[in-house]
Design a binder for this molecule. Sequence first.
Ligand code: AQP
Length: 341
Amino acid sequence: MARVFSGIQPSGSMHLGNLLGALRNWVAYQNEHQAVYCVVDLHALTSAPDPAELRQSTLAAASMLLSAGIDPERSVLFVQSAVGEHAELAWMMECTVGFGELRRMTQFKDKSGRSEFVSAGLFTYPALQSADILLYDTDLVPVGDDQRQHIELCRDIAERFNRRYGDTFTVPTHVIPEAGARVMDLQNPNDKMSKSLDSPGTVGILDDPAVVARKFKRAVTDSDNEVYYDPVAKPGVSNLLGILASATDRSPEAVAEHYTQYGRLKADTADAVNNLLAPIRDRYLELSAEPAEVVRILETGAARARSVAAATLDRARNNAGLIPRPSFHSPPDGSDTGTKP
Ligand code: AQP
């Protein structure tokens, strides 16, 4: 059975782009694959979030994944920082990736351009992401289109490590959906919808149905009033067609044939999105009443994740020439009590 791995940052409220670009595929993959999903809180540290908010949004992200249909019986669901192997393998990945390769990453260029303080962690983010993926002998990585470049770099890192040190890692492949791979901001259809940009054009998964309808009604289009799919010439209209296509499992071109006016297209897109979001919102409300259950699921997931990650890390350490870790058992005479003299 092929292994699937993907992660999401607890960097704000999840939005329609996360759902259509990633989560829906994650849910589908649980049926016939070994699925491993992770809330990547160490990645969120790259932007120095408030500690209380990070704690809260990590649990909220896990609850959202469960609400969207991740089933902890079929998938491993855990929080990245609970499995220390991620941070340790990340160092080995940093020593395998080139400075020039990291400098070419478009997400780093975009994000560093928006921040006053640019952490080294933001620069080396793809090395930690590669560790996340490679620890689980991952075959497939379901992601949105914005992650394409990072996953391609992860493949290069895995192949370089395998060439240097012998066969160690499975080389993964990204899986990007045909429709919904890049959901754009409804107010700025040239920018991708994003958690960290607090924009009125972001549709939150937890938005009230009336708010969703209003956001689509106000979506930026253009003035020529023709409906066809061309993301370059008509970014706003094409974004709506892409969203409606993804929400109703059709192609954007097929959807376009049914419309001659923007008003109808906006209203139908809002309805389709609300139909998709309603059960997720309901489940999220139920789960909010059971935070202990979410924590229990994450603890079980971390233990299952660690059993795979530890074996892969040992293999990588051994192949790279790091000597085995000493085991820190007490000496047989019991002289080491662990107390200070
Ligand atoms: N707009 C999007 N359209 C389709 N897929 C998307 N994804 C993110 N945005 C879109 C996919 O969602 C998964 C989780 O990605 P993330 O945690 O990086 O989410 P984000 O919304 O991109 O988060 P941030 O913190 O706001 O980052 P920036 O500022 O970079 O946008 C991934 O599979 C991603 O492809």
